[in-house]
Write a protein of this length. Structure first.
Lengths: 115, 149
């Protein structure tokens, strides 16, 4: 069933701030709350909260690095989240094509009866 | 919610009242989406759509304005009342286009559970246009995953 989604994982990547964080970490091979808050117009505290959430759903993993924790993206989990979103989008595309086909068939039948 | 929604537009060679029936009436919805659909297609109408024999999903109609707009919430928990926090919002907007119809579809709700984040996120909407921005960057990573697997 293509509509089954991991809601928590999806919500985690559905947020633009977290996507931007993931983007930066992918580009730079990881990051800390400090390095990320330097690059984004969000407080360090807010970034830390986002990182915590991302770690909970497995999108990032952390390791102690000096006084801070350094986070890295789990690319496998990220690919999984993306695949889920693509699947849902593709599912709606297919449904819309079916709506089009059904409506047009009904219209043709009506036109035939009227004509 | 723009950044976290699916939005599509499709032209259909059928009059809006025909398209409206197809997107709203359970007997038609069964043909393009679930295996079973049982609900009243009027505002406040609740019911279920079912996939196979195991998965039964609640649905609540919010707006039904033939032949212009049909809007419902779905995918909340059984026994719950549909809210922005627990469900997906689907909107079909129908615009007359010659003899046919322009059908606008959207599904939103993915980030409403994180309302405070969404508020904060508005600052970035100029920079980050959701998945259009993000997905291309992932292709390379996905390719690397496949090749290293």
């Amino acid at each position: 069933m293509s509509d089954t989604i991991d809601d928590e994982l999806w919500s985690a990547v559905g947020d633009p701030t977290r996507r931007r964080m993931l983007d930066l970490m992918l580009a730079e091979g990881g990051g800390t709350a400090t390095t990320l808050s330097d690059r984004l117009p969000v407080t360090r505290q807010a970034i830390a909260k986002h990182l915590h959430l991302l770690e909970r759903v497995g999108l990032v993993h952390s390791a102690a690095a000096g006084r801070e924790r350094r986070y890295r993206v789990d690319e496998g989990q990220l690919a999984r989240a993306v695949a889920q979103l693509s699947t849902v989008t593709a599912a709606w595309d297919a449904r819309l094509q079916r709506i089009k086909r059904i409506a047009e068939a009904i219209q043709r039948e009506q036109d035939r009866q009227d004509g | 919610m723009k950044h976290a929604s699916i939005e599509r537009e499709i032209r259909i060679e059928a009059a809006p009242d025909v398209v409206y029936k197809v997107v709203s009436a359970p007997e038609h919805v069964r043909e393009w989406w679930p295996d079973e659909a049982a609900y009243t297609p009027a505002p406040g109408g609740t019911g279920v759509i079912a996939f196979g024999e195991e998965k039964c999903v609640p649905l609540t109609v919010l707006e039904a304005d033939p032949p212009k707009l049909f809007r419902f919430r779905w995918a909340y928990g059984e026994g719950e009342v549909a809210t922005p926090e627990n469900s997906f919002l689907v909107t079909f907007e129908l615009i007359p286009d010659g003899a046919g119809t322009l059908l606008r579809f959207s599904e939103t709700g993915f980030t409403e559970k994180y309302a405070e984040d969404a508020e904060r996120a508005q600052e970035y909407d100029d920079h980050v246009n959701g998945w259009n921005h993000f997905l291309p960057r992932l292709v390379a990573y996905a390719g690397r995953l496949v090749s290293s697997a």
